[in-house]
Design a protein around this ligand. Structure first.
Ligand SMILES: C=C(O[C@@H]1C=C(C(=O)O)C=C[C@H]1O)C(=O)O
Length: 379
């Protein structure tokens, strides 16, 4: 067979496909106008199912799986196009527009900030990097940080969200559902854990190690190599260091920071105990109200979707169609439901971009529920 001749045939077919595709998109635009008049949503699953059945039958058994795939993509593109044509504002887009009205608003240098743990915690370090002059208030757990912000006791709160080796801080994700807040900044910190004990204690004396679960996970290789050391979970790495300092025990150590060694008068038995030197934790800074600063380029969303095949694929398709990069996708089980999940998306996108706003409005319509968790920049 002559390769060039077949390719000529393909070129001619592509011309027809493109012409028909453009015609189909124009028809889709007309559908969008008709829907706007009747206040109908873009998505019509029944119609999609009817179209699918018809085209799959037409293509025949050999090609039906390919036709199915092709039409899923055509539907995604068609819906993304329709969403872009519907310019009506939604409750969410109105709220966002209201909050970006002042582009000169600057992130404050001073504020009362809620941090989990005690002095010397990694959250406190993150707070010092975020604010020039923070007044830190310490709380014993993550939920109290959310409460302090929600009640107005503190203007901001700093919480760890994910670690490059141990993954997401799922406790914080699970608390997000129960609290009203917005992410206004985030920060990535290099984390190095040290084994701290009272002066004079040697590594071989240590029978028990105390620390936060995340730090223990990040130092799992050290703990496996020392199976005789008992592990005890603490709410915070700095709280663990303080506990060791106040305990008077010579068989106890904490996995914590070298800052805490200085702060609590402890001795560094071993530094850089974490499995990976490349160990980073991202912290979010939350506020009660939506605050969007110039240069914000990351968006966090919390979604629940219809429990049916393809609903997640559909959402992801909306970002793909407009070239928006998804930088994180986390799923957490919905308590009381049988393996149904809530999804958390982080996007490289900004509410200052009309393209991104179109996708947000589209998602708002298509998702079972959508919470906009903020648009911010990472320090
Ligand atoms: C075009 C329409 O809108 C959407 C896109 C469809 C398509 O491209 O065929 C089908 C159903 C809807 O989800 C429509 O409702 O007909």
């Amino acid at each position: 067979m002559d390769l060039n001749a077949v390719r000529e045939r393909i070129n001619a077919i592509d011309d027809q496909i493109v012409d028909l595709f453009v015609e189909r998109m124009k028809a889709s635009a007309d559908v969008a106008s008709a829907k706007a008049e009747k206040n109908l949503p873009v998505l019509d699953l029944r119609r999609e199912q009817a179209v699918l059945e018809k085209v799959m039958e037409r293509g025949g058994e050999e090609f039906e799986i390919y036709i199915n795939k092709l039409y899923q993509t055509i539907f995604d593109i068609s819906k993304s196009y329709q969403a872009g044509l519907l310019t009506k504002e939604t409750a969410l887009s109105e709220e966002i527009l209201k909050n970006i009205a002042d582009p000169h608003m600057e992130f404050p240098r001073k504020a009362v900030v809620a941090c989990q743990g005690v002095e010397g915690s990694y959250a406190a370090r993150a707070c010092d990097r975020l604010f020039a002059l923070p007044s830190k208030m310490y709380f014993s757990n993550f939920e109290s940080v959310f409460n302090a912000v929600e009640s107005g006791l503190c203007r901001y709160g700093v919480l760890p969200i994910e670690n490059s080796s141990a993954g997401s801080v799922t406790e914080v994700y699970d608390l997000m559902v129960r609290h009203k807040f917005y992410i206004v900044k985030s920060i990535k910190l290099h984390i190095s854990h040290a084994l701290l004990a009272k002066p004079g204690v040697k590594l071989e004396d240590v029978k028990e190690v105390v620390s936060h679960t995340q730090a223990l996970q990040q130092c799992s290789n050290f703990l496996k190599a020392n199976p005789n050391i008992k592990v005890t979970i603490f709410e915070n790495t700095a709280t663990a260091a303080k506990y060791v300092a106040e305990s008077g025990r010579t068989d106890l150590a904490a996995l914590s920071s070298t800052d805490c060694a200085k702060l609590y008068g402890l001795h560094v038995l071993q530094d850089g105990v974490q499995n990976n030197e490349n160990n980073y934790t991202r912290f979010i800074c939350i506020a009660k109200n939506m605050e969007i600063y110039a240069g914000s380029n990351r968006i966090s969303l919390m979604l629940s979707l219809d429990h049916r095949p393809g609903s997640l694929h559909e959402m992801i398709g909306k970002f793909a169609c407009r070239g928006i990069n998804l930088c994180k996708l986390e799923s957490r089980p919905i308590p009381g439901k049988d393996f149904e999940f809530r999804f958390y998306f982080d996007l490289d996108g900004s509410v200052f971009s009309p393209e991104t706003m179109t996708v947000l409005k589209d998602i708002e319509q298509a998702a079972e529920s959508l919470s906009f968790l903020g648009c911010y920049s990472e320090v």
